[in-house]
Design a protein around this ligand. Sequence first.
Ligand code: ASP
Length: 345
Amino acid sequence: MSKVLLLLTGGTICMVRNAKTGALHPADMEVIRHHVPELLSSEIKVDMLPFTPLIDSSDINPENWERMARAVYDHYEEYDGFVILHGTDTMSYTGSALSFMLQNLSKPVVLTGSQLPVGVLRTDAKENLLTSIEIAAAKDEEGNAMVPEVCIYFEDCLFRANRTTKRNAEHFSAFNSYNYPALAKAGVHITYQPHLIHYSPLNSSLQLRVQTDCNVAVLKLFPGITQAVVHSLLTTDGLRGVVLETYGAGNAPSAQWLYDELKNAVKRHIIIVNKTQCNTGSVEMGRYDTSLNLMKAGVLSGYDITTEALLTKMMCLFGEYGDDTELVRQWLQKEMCGEVTIENS
Ligand code: ASP
């Protein structure tokens, strides 16, 4: 019998409505046990590990990521796979962070949640949870895990977590992976796409890397952005890394002041990575004059990575390599666990 560990962190899936305020708030793990009795009767043995208190994912922080990563690491040998119940709002950040914290995975870690609480009649919670458990337990003919990655399962799609973005606050199909196809689709059957799945090197063993450094920021460009705003962000005390959200194929205004601000920041060893504001497609520095300046200032390309993955990758790399900025720069230009497609690699 396969064994899956179900970690509960909170999110709408575990919530109930407060009769007085009308607002949803997290309950406890009994709400899941009560509304999903199938957990006991399935052919997969499911053990539950609640993180108390359960929280709305807006309150998630790197300590919570560390706790989740450690729970997987500590119970790694006992289970065939792991499912994490999590709010949808920051699930892509958590999934991305876990993919960098749990290196060389050979078992699935599937994050899921729901748009409607588990106790509501039309809820999407049951399907999401039960299919995630099935995916976490799924093996190929040789007994290896079908999807040994950190993934997000939602509605009927399984995505690589570090490729996802929450795209919809209303529809059941809340996530998308704009630059990488789904790893599996669930209908009557669950159809896996083995050629798209990331496998760790043979004979490698799981490594836990939970150090993070939160001195990172996102700078989103917009027409009319002032030097004062850019200067104030780039001279923030302790700042180490910046996700620069640019236009189109990675373009920015050609104002001399912007070039100077970026160049001076790079000189102060702040790493700046160019990430397009478009959901789909890749940064192509040098395609237009308006990105040549960024190259000259020492800004790196983020290629087709998501903001969620880039930000958490920076946090993990700065946490791990501390002051070795050169090493962080090198890793930011490499793929670690399927989070980016780098041309010619
Ligand atoms: N606010 C909730 C959360 O992220 C939303 C959800 O779970 O869908 O925890």
